[in-house]
Design a protein around this ligand. Structure first.
Ligand SMILES: *Cc1c(COP(=O)(O)O)cnc(C)c1O
Length: 362
């Protein structure tokens, strides 16, 4: 069996050693004679898994003690509903401000509009989200319940290098496509959420990190299983949770620890992204899609100066085991998603292919 270098944006590649460990333990979890997904979410075996996932996450991320870790159903977009339901009632005006930097930010803003008075505090829509827009937190109304941003824009290949200081108004970040890829100062945020399927594990669940003083203020009609305080009180086990996803995340965190932790993976991620961006910038054959200042180190987006060559590029890349490089339809061209699990070698092979393709078609 040959494993490809999977550049897909999500669900995305997981470290091969993690997939092997899950395979090896699948039928017989630690000598139990049953697989973990066959036993109770209230068993002592699963309890140990979720406890270990919490403690590894805290250790690796440096999450402060006043933040709670929740494992919430429904992936990232379910949090587009849960965030306003849990936070909009903080202030009577029911206001929230959204920073629009891409498709997921827009979807989050539209969903929130069902629950409160939502404004767009800054947007880069006019330039097809090729950059992070200027934003002055002083422009926010004091009675704003929270501010929402998307820290890494998976489709457009941009990221917030620095986060705005919103003072006493909690900053909420969708970090689905970059959590644990870079070091963070959690004190800049009120809440962070991430679907697991990019850097953390399988799809269908989100990790939510929330400052404890923000819990317990959900709108009265919030479904119990979207109320973050219900997750907090039950250690995310109010009902049967996705034990397999939490277990896979645990394995990914163990792998990350073996890699040297977040600082080490961040340095490696920067190096991987630089390989690709240097290849783009060294020629007129390729054109980067995002503003250089705001480039993502998780999703590198680019086009070919002759866009009619993109199909051939993708077909040939695929033949060489460079899988799923097609850009999102909103940007076109090529997107290399290079999450934590992508080895340096995958980026090197992509760059070698880019140079070879240019030599033959330039
Ligand atoms: C992938 C992605 C999502 C969508 O996640 P789902 O789990 O499919 O809802 C949302 N936000 C960002 C930034 C993403 O990259």
């Amino acid at each position: 069996m040959k494993r490809v270098f999977n550049f897909g944006a999500g669900p995305a590649m997981l470290p091969t050693s993690v997939m092997e460990k899950a395979r090896d333990e699948f039928l017989d979890f630690k000598g139990l004679g049953a697989g973990l997904i066959e036993i109770s979410h209230r068993s002592k075996e699963f309890d140990a898994v979720i406890d270990r996932t919490d403690s590894l996450f805290r250790e690796l991320s440096g999450l402060p003690d006043n933040f709670k870790i929740l494992y919430v159903h429904g992936g990232a977009q379910m949090q587009f509903s849960a965030i306003p339901m849990n936070l909009i009632d903080r202030k009577p005006a029911h206001k929230a401000a959204y920073l629009e930097t891409g498709n997921f930010a827009t979807l989050a803003r539209k969903e929130a509009s069902r629950y409160g008075n939502i404004s767009v505090a800054a947007t880069s829509e006019a330039t097809n989200f090729d950059r992070i827009p200027d934003f002055d937190p002083a422009s926010l109304d004091a009675d704003t319940s929270y501010v929402h941003l998307t820290s890494n824009n998976t489709i457009f290949g941009t990221r917030w290098n620095e986060f705005p200081d919103t003072g006493s108004i909690p900053l909420v970040a969708d970090m689905t496509s970059e959590l644990l890829s870079r070091q963070l100062d959690f004190n800049q945020f009120g809440a962070i959420f991430a679907g697991l399927q990019k850097n953390l594990g399988p799809a269908g669940m989100a990790l939510v990190l929330i400052r404890e003083d923000l819990l317990g203020k959900a709108l009265p009609y919030t479904p119990s299983l979207l109320d973050y305080s219900v997750y907090e009180k039950s250690h995310s086990l109010q009902n049967t949770n996705n034990t397999f996803a939490i277990y896979m995340m645990c394995l990914v965190l163990e792998w990350l620890k073996e890699q040297g932790g977040v600082a080490a993976i961040e340095a490696r991620n920067e190096m991987k992204a630089k390989l690709i961006y240097d290849a783009i910038d060294s020629t007129d054959f390729y054109i980067g899609s995002a503003f250089k200042r705001d480039r993502s180190i998780m999703n590198a987006t680019f086009n070919i100066a002759k866009p009619e060559l993109a199909d051939a590029f993708l077909k040939e890349a695929d033949k060489q085991g460079l899988y799923a490089l097609k850009g999102h339809r909103l940007v076109g061209g090529i997107r290399a998603s290079i999450y934590n699990a992508m080895p340096v070698e995958g980026c090197e092979q992509l760059v070698a292919f880019m140079k070879d393709f240019e030599r033959r078609n330039g």
